[in-house]
Each structure stands twice: as structure tokens, then as C-alpha cells.
Ligand binder design. Structure first.
Ligand SMILES: *Cc1c(COP(=O)(O)O)cnc(C)c1O
Length: 409
């Protein structure tokens, strides 16, 4: 008899984005004359920049000629891309990471989920609340939790509430976790962590032999030089952290697929007898066995992000989204909302008006302003009473959405 992985049954039925999609579809069917503006799902809207497209084409042309054709590439990624990443994202910023510690992949969503399988099932996982839902869901799938309680928390996960009172940066937990997911700049709150705050977590991880799983998918949106762009800017982090990076939001690769994970050679985890093992060896074994690399033209395209022209063009797109975020934030403040994030991040996090629930506000906004956002409660119980606006939109749509919301009040 074929048995299912019953951990999947513990997951709540309605995943956030399908539910948003369902409500929007229903509304559009009932109101075909209304123009709905989507500021919900965290997907980019601007096309790949010309420098990237050029390299992408060259990669495809290489596949057409015997002399330059590529079959299977290295599972860890081509050296030309790993070296460009190490140099531009780390070494040139004074952070000593070598190409050898970089694992190129087809996405950070996959990496943040897959990483669980190289760690033992008895590990306790700490997760911020609210946050990107993938961390909790993959923890449940991997069998590290009990059932979901009525408050929305899974038994066995250590939740770290992030709220107005702590500035959306979690306090150190009372119960000791083994693995800690942190995500800054944060999805969904759009807030950032300072060097001091990250140092507190690195020191804690060192003292307790924990590992920090640091998701820096939005580092490209950091414009304030005092905010760390990588956890490896913090002294000692290489012994206690690995870092996920993605070209999805950085360079519009959500549909093209390319990301990377840094697993420093200094990072160890332990067997049940307390012997240290390099995490990098396990991740390398996992990737070499279950993954056959990112396609060559895509890696060529990704490497173009690091050329002089590529950097300039990508920066302009980021600036465009950041200006959207500024407009959203300023306009909602003017309308009377309490607003967080939106600086150094593409997300604006607002308190729902009059203390109504996140989904009530979603429906109100959809029905009365025909604007789609994301209910905060979909990112975790502490997101209830909040709402996320994404800056990944066309400028005209942002301006029109803000004008409609202003009229609502
Ligand atoms: C969008 C996003 C990612 C990127 O996922 P990809 O699979 O690389 O597209 C990773 N982490 C967070 C928090 C995100 O919001």
C-alpha cells in the first residue's frame, strides 16, 4: 500500500496567493468593467534589462555551435558566474567569500526549502512571525512539527513575533532553537536589520551552536550604507550562518530562475556524538545528487548583471521600484495610515484602518478601490491587522491606486 507523507496533511488548505487569486477572479467576473490594479503578489513587472538580454541571446547562440555547445554543467554553477558573484557581491565590499563557497541554483525558494534535508529531523526551528511562508511550510513537510493549533502556530516551531513594539526585529528566543531563519530586508514588513541587531543573533548562534539561515533576497534594495547587505559583514558569521541570495527581485529573474546560496567552509553542524561536520560538504552532496545545475544561457544572463553596463541598468530598475515604494509610503501616510518599511525594501507594511482584520481590509480595498494587496495574516498570526503593498508595479498603476485609496477615506 502506498502511504502518503502525512506531514502534508498538517498544512493549512488555503495557501495565501491562491486564495487572493480566487477572490480577485470572482470580483473580475462579477465586475468586468472595473480595472483592477494588482499590488499583491511579490512578482516583478519590469522586463530584463538589455545587457542581460544580450548575454542571454549569446548563451543561446553558443548552444547552436559544436565548438561552444554545453551539455551538463557543474552542479554548483559555472566558474564565470561564481567568480563574478564572489568578487562583486562580497570581495569588493570587503567580505571574504570565495567562489568555492557559492552554489548557484534555480531559486531561493527551492534552496530555503531544500536546505532542511541536510539537517537532522530533531532540530528545533525558529521562524519570524510574520514572514515568507516557505520556511514554515517546508519545516512542516520535513516532519519537524506537530499539528497546527487554533492560533495558527505549529507545535514544535519556535515563533519569533515581529511587531511594532520591537520594530519588526525579533527578540532572542527563550527556548533554544537549532536553526534560525532570518530574512532582511524583510518580506513582508519591508523593514531592515542593523549591524548591531544582526551581531546579537550571530553572537547568540555562536554561544548556542545554532545555525542562522539568512535570506537576503532583497539586499539589492538597500541604499543606506550603514545597513548590512550580507550577514557575512558581521564578524564571526561565517562560522554560524549560510546565506540565500536570488536574482529574482535583484534583476527580474522571477521567470528566468537563478539564485545562489553561500555555504562558507567554516560552517559546521554536529552529529549526535557532538563531532563537527562541514555543512558545505553535505549541501554539495545533496545538490550533486538531486540537482543538475542551472541552464547555461541563464547563467550567462545572470553574469551580465555584474558587467559595468549591467550594474547600471539593473540599478535603474531597482531605483524605479524604490521610487514606487516611496510614493506608496508617502501617499498612504498622507491618507492617514500607519506605515512601516518601504525604504531599503520594495514592500510597504500598513496597519489596517480602524483595527479591521487583514482579509476584511483586502475585501474592502478590492470592492471599493479595485486595488489588490496582500493580507498580513497570510504571513503568520502576528501579521493580522496589517496589510502589504508591493512596489513591483507600473508607476501609472501605483499613482492611480494611491489616488483611489485616498478617495476612499
Ligand atoms: C521572492 C523571494 C525569494 C526568491 O525566491 P526565488 O525562488 O529565487 O524566486 C526568496 N525569499 C524571499 C523572502 C522572497 O520574497
Amino acid at each position: 500500500m502506498a502511504l502518503i507523507n502525512e506531514n502534508y496533511l498538517k498544512l493549512q488548505a488555503g495557501y495565501l496567493f491562491p486564495e487572493i487569486g480566487r477572490r480577485v477572479r470572482e470580483f473580475v467576473e462579477a465586475n468586468p468593467d472595473k480595472k483592477v490594479i494588482r499590488m499583491g503578489i511579490g512578482d516583478v513587472t519590469q522586463p530584463l534589462v538589455p545587457e542581460i538580454i544580450k548575454a542571454f541571446h549569446e548563451g543561446v547562440e553558443d548552444m547552436a555551435k559544436t565548438e561552444t555547445f554545453k551539455g551538463y554543467g557543474p552542479e554548483q554553477g559555472y566558474d564565470f558566474l561564481r567568480e563574478a558573484i564572489a568578487l562583486n557581491d562580497y570581495q569588493n565590499r570587503g567580505v571574504d567569500i570565495s567562489a568555492d563557497d557559492i552554489f548557484v541554483s534555480d531559486g531561493s525558494k527551492c534552496d530555503t526549502g531544500n536546505i532542511q534535508e541536510i539537517f537532522g529531523a530533531s532540530n528545533k526551528i525558529a521562524i519570524c512571525d510574520p514572514v515568507y511562508p516557505v520556511y514554515a511550510d517546508t519545516t512542516v513537510m520535513s516532519g519537524k512539527t506537530g499539528v497546527c493549533q487554533s492560533n495558527g502556530y505549529f507545535d514544535g516551531i519556535i515563533y519569533l513575533p515581529c511587531n511594532e513594539a520591537n520594530g519588526f526585529i525579533p527578540e532572542l528566543p527563550i527556548e533554544r532553537p537549532d536553526l534560525i531563519f532570518l530574512c532582511y530586508p524583510n518580506n513582508p514588513t519591508g523593514t531592515v536589520a542593523s549591524k548591531e541587531e544582526l551581531k546579537k543573533w550571530v553572537d547568540y548562534a555562536k554561544a548556542n551552536k545554532c545555525i542562522i539561515l539568512y535570506d537576503a533576497a532583497y539586499e539589492a534594495f538597500i541604499t543606506d550604507d550603514s545597513i548590512p547587505r550580507t550577514i557575512f559583514e558581521i564578524e564571526g558569521a561565517k562560522e554560524v550562518a549560510l546565506e540565500f541570495r536570488s536574482f529574482s527581485k535583484t534583476a527580474g529573474f522571477t521567470g528566468t530562475r537563478c539564485a545562489y546560496t553561500i555555504v562558507p567552509k567554516e560552517l559546521n553542524a554536529y552529529d549526535s556524538n557532538g563531532n563537527a561536520f562541514p555543512v558545505k560538504q553535505l549541501w554539495n552532496r545533496r545538490q550533486s545528487t538531486k540537482f543538475n545545475g542551472v541552464s547555461y544561457p541563464v547563467q550567462k544572463a545572470a553574469a551580465a548583471i555584474y558587467t559595468e553596463e549591467g550594474k547600471k541598468q539593473v540599478k535603474e530598475v531597482i531605483a524605479y521600484y524604490l521610487e514606487n515604494a516611496r510614493i506608496i509610503s508617502a501617499s498612504l501616510k498622507e491618507t492617514g495610515f500607519t506605515v512601516f518599511g518601504g525604504v531599503n525594501a520594495p514592500y510597504v507594511w500598513v496597519k489596517t484602518p480602524g483595527g479591521i482584520s487583514s482579509w476584511e481590509f483586502f475585501d474592502q480595498l478590492l470592492n471599493e478601490a479595485n486595488v489588490v494587496g496582500t493580507p498580513g495574516s497570510g504571513f503568520g498570526p502576528s501579521g493580522e491587522g496589517y496589510f502589504r503593498f508591493s512596489a513591483f508595479a507600473d508607476r501609472d498603476n501605483v499613482l492611480e491606486a494611491m489616488a483611489r485609496i485616498k478617495k476612499l477615506k
